[in-house]
Write a protein that binds this ligand. Structure first.
Ligand code: SAM
Ligand code: SF4
Length: 325
């Protein structure tokens, strides 16, 4: 479905939990109040919402969180999403710590691709950023995902003075493996307001200085506004998600559904439409039609662009682990 700026909105990120087994400094504070189970959308409610979304033109879903692998029966949710007629792909973004032990089941359930977050290859630094000594588990998860054949991407957020010197090492994963390494600019959302990111423009310049023959790669079409390059001799590719320096809003194609059922038209504004209210208070035979109306309304309400560069306008108070990234 097109929004009022003629963007095709065909992608929904679904957060399946607010819980996480890490505490990345720019995403989640150390102490958070756990939500009660009944505040979170049930498996059936997620599928019901996805069915309505597909009728509104959504064909791609990404499961996120918190950490989606902490959600019980996540493979079953993937299987059910994949079996909705019209769904083209179901992917997941995960911190990877529980991936090695789950990848086979996820693959069997139909998972098309996985994005694994990795901000450091140094054990101490990894622990400093994420709060946990889990780098080995994450690297096992990356290896398992690559070996499984599930399409794999690595997502890296660089922070000034913390891990900004690691792009070269992390990039090498894409040299040696058929994966995409993508640099995501730090966004001033929630905890992210307390840290300094690195401009992707700078990383791209540094890459061009180090490697000859870097070319734009227009053949890659992920779920959204990432732009890609190809470096000669690399098995994989490199991508940039430049929320800040690239202001990617003209190619925005998404809605976000939080674990509590808040349907968000845009990351940087607090506005949302309440899916859970409809699911729990409507007559059963009216739910699908009402959800469809709500989703269409969310698409209509999408603003032209985010306002990260004007913090006073940035009304969202939820933090990334509550939204799903
Ligand atoms: N736990 C999973 C993971 O880490 O991939 C999924 C949820 S996490 C919120 C999704 C993505 O959002 C991660 O790649 C994370 O690095 C990114 N993220 C979190 N806070 C961010 C921020 N302030 N700016 C940019 N990216 C952020
Ligand atoms: Fe957890 Fe992912 Fe946020 Fe890190 S980025 S705290 S792994 S939700």
């Amino acid at each position: 479905m097109k929004d009022k700026f003629f963007r095709d909105i065909n992608y929904m990120r679904i957060s399946v939990t607010n819980r996480c087994n890490m505490r990345c400094n720019y995403c989640m504070p150390n102490v958070v109040k756990n939500l009660c189970e009944n505040e979170i959308l049930t498996d059936d409610e997620i599928i019901e919402t996805a069915r309505a979304a597909v009728r509104c033109g959504i064909v791609k879903f990404k499961l996120t969180g918190g950490e989606p692998l902490l959600r019980p029966k996540i493979a079953e949710i993937i299987y059910k999403l994949k079996n909705i007629s019209g769904v083209e792909s179901v992917s997941m973004t995960t911190n990877g710590a529980l991936l090695a032990e789950n990848i086979n089941e996820l693959q069997k359930s139909g998972l098309d691709s996985v994005n694994i977050s990795l901000d450091s290859l140094d054990i101490k630094r990894f622990e400093k950023i994420t709060g946990f000594n889990l780098l080995d588990k994450v690297l096992d998860g990356i290896d398992a995902a690559i070996s499984s054949g599930v399409h794999t991407k690595i997502n890296t957020v660089l922070q000034k003075g913390i891990n900004d010197d690691e792009w070269e090492k992390i990039l090498l994963i894409a040299k040696e493996n058929p994966v995409y390494v993508r640099f995501i600019e730090l966004m001033p959302i929630g905890e992210g307001k307390n840290f300094w990111g690195i401009s992707n423009e700078k990383i791209l310049n540094d890459i061009r200085k180090k490697y000859q023959g870097v070319e734009n790669d227009f053949s890659v079409h992920g779920n959204g506004p990432a732009v890609y390059i190809k470096i000669p001799g690399f098995l994989g590719g490199v991508g940039f998600i430049s929320a800040m320096c690239g202001k990617f809003c003209s190619s925005c194609n998404r809605l976000r559904l939080t674990a509590q059922g808040k349907l968000k038209p845009c990351l940087s504004f607090a506005d949302y439409l309440d899916v859970r209210e409809i699911l729990r208070s409507s007559e059963k035979n009216l739910i699908q039609a009402k959800l469809e109306n709500l989703i269409k309304k969310a698409v209509e309400l999408k603003p032209r662009e985010h306002c990260f560069e004007t913090p006073v306008k940035n009304s969202e108070t939820l933090r990334m682990f509550e939204i799903g990234g």
